[in-house]
Write a protein that binds this ligand. Structure first.
Ligand SMILES: Nc1ncnc2c1ncn2[C@@H]1O[C@H](COP(=O)(O)OP(=O)(O)OP(=O)(O)O)[C@@H](O)[C@H]1O
Ligand SMILES: [Mg+2]
Length: 364
């Protein structure tokens, strides 16, 4: 009985919060230049053999978006510990909205052991961490009154039931009823029930971002044609992509293709935009290439830029991130060339802080 009441209260609050969001959007003073992104999921510490940095795809995306001048509200859960303080400080330094940072009294801030080889990054993700316990009501409180245009989520944070329920509630209500656009960056990792998690996540998404390999996995899992990999330009491939978009009622599909660039398929499955990656990048590592692509795409869309421009800028930032170690640069100065003047970038201070703050980056 008590549980049912709690559930009802949560729903009532959620309704008014999302209505507020929708009303503010409808009132929409200068909606083109304003409005932000709610980012929900994991923030954690990536432990490399030689260094430890703050990361997690949602954390990376929120930091890059904030540095690009977009309002980014990060909803995650941290331990009451020193690692949690590193995440809080990192998010603050990039201008990420902190209202959504929950503190768990019992579980530790998440950690991931990372092994980088010449060809791949390997992640060993600790179990039962603070980010597995995302609480719904504080998340709703944090986004109250936000004029968010997009909600970003991924699959990893859905490995536990509690975070999965919270994320799905937010995505469902944000997208379905109140007109925000739900952006899913799949970032497929091996974990139990991943196929079902993908299926349910795709059903909640408007915009799906995958890399080429992830797309092939989805076509194999959910496509109607043969499991054999289909050549990129073949008719069968196009038909399979169209079927995927229709099956999950996506409004579009963005496919990143590493050094081969990117593609944008519209609601009908037509290949509307295709772009090359930036050439001759001196790649330090490709960690976070997809995260920075998503961050720039969303920040540009929030700022009212065209699709073509949003994608081209996403590709530029992703290439620049490939040129440095890690997913997020040490200073916000790095983003200055893509920022509208009103974004108000601290420069000298950032550089000073960078020297005194722990190194950041991470796994995407
Ligand atoms: N070697 C490269 N040179 C130039 N640009 C690159 C390179 N690798 C990646 N990019 C850019 O980064 C974008 C995203 O890369 P990729 O397709 O590898 O994403 P991803 O697999 O989602 O990355 P992540 O590991 O962060 O999840 C590409 O579309 C491209 O614009
Ligand atoms: Mg990715």
């Amino acid at each position: 009985m008590a549980q049912a009441m709690v559930q009802v209260m949560v729903q009532v609050n959620a309704q008014s919060i999302f209505q507020n969001t929708a009303q503010s959007r409808a009132q929409g003073e200068n909606n083109k230049a304003k409005g932000g992104v709610i980012v929900v999921g994991e923030a954690l510490l990536d432990i490399f053999p030689s260094r430890t940095v703050v990361g997690g795809a949602p954390f990376n995306v929120a930091c890059s978006m904030a540095a690009l001048g977009a309002d980014a509200c990060l909803i995650t859960r941290l331990g009451n510990d020193a690692n949690g303080d590193l995440v809080r400080a990192g998010a603050a330094r990039f201008g990420v909205g902190l209202n959504g940072l929950q503190t768990d009294a019992v579980r530790a801030t998440g950690t991931v052991q990372v092994r980088v080889t010449a060809t791949e990054n390997h992640f060993s993700i600790a179990d039962d961490q603070a980010w597995d316990y995302l609480d719904l009501q504080p998340a709703l409180d944090a986004i109250e009154g936000q004029r968010a245009k997009f909600l970003y989520f991924g699959t990893l944070a859905q490995r536990s039931k509690q975070s999965r329920d919270t994320i799905r509630y937010l995505a469902d209500r944000f997208g379905g009823q109140f007109g925000g656009r739900v952006y899913l960056d799949l970032n497929l990792r091996e974990m139990p029930d991943i196929r079902a998690i993908c299926k349910d996540s795709l059903a909640l998404a408007d915009i799906l971002k995958v890399n080429e390999e992830e797309l092939r996995t989805l076509l194999e899992w959910f496509g109607e044609s043969s499991a054999a990999p289909l050549p990129w330009r073949s008719e069968n491939f196009r038909a399979a992509v169209t079927a995927l978009i229709k099956k999950f009622a996506l409004t579009c599909l963005i496919v990143t293709r590493g050094a081969k660039g990117y593609a944008y398929f519209d609601v009908h499955g037509s290949l509307q935009i295709e772009g090359d990656a930036v050439k001759n990048v001196a790649v330090a590592d490709t960690v976070g290439a997809g995260d920075s692509f998503s961050a720039m795409f969303l920040a540009s869309q929030v700022q009212g830029l065209s699709l073509d421009e949003s994608l081209a800028r996403a590709s530029e930032l992703a290439a620049a991130i490939c040129g440095i170690n890690g997913a997020v640069p040490p200073s916000r100065d790095f983003y200055a060339r893509w920022c509208p003047p009103e974004a108000g970038h601290a420069s000298a201070d950032d550089v000073k802080n960078a020297a005194s703050q722990p190194e950041r980056q991470t796994h995407g």
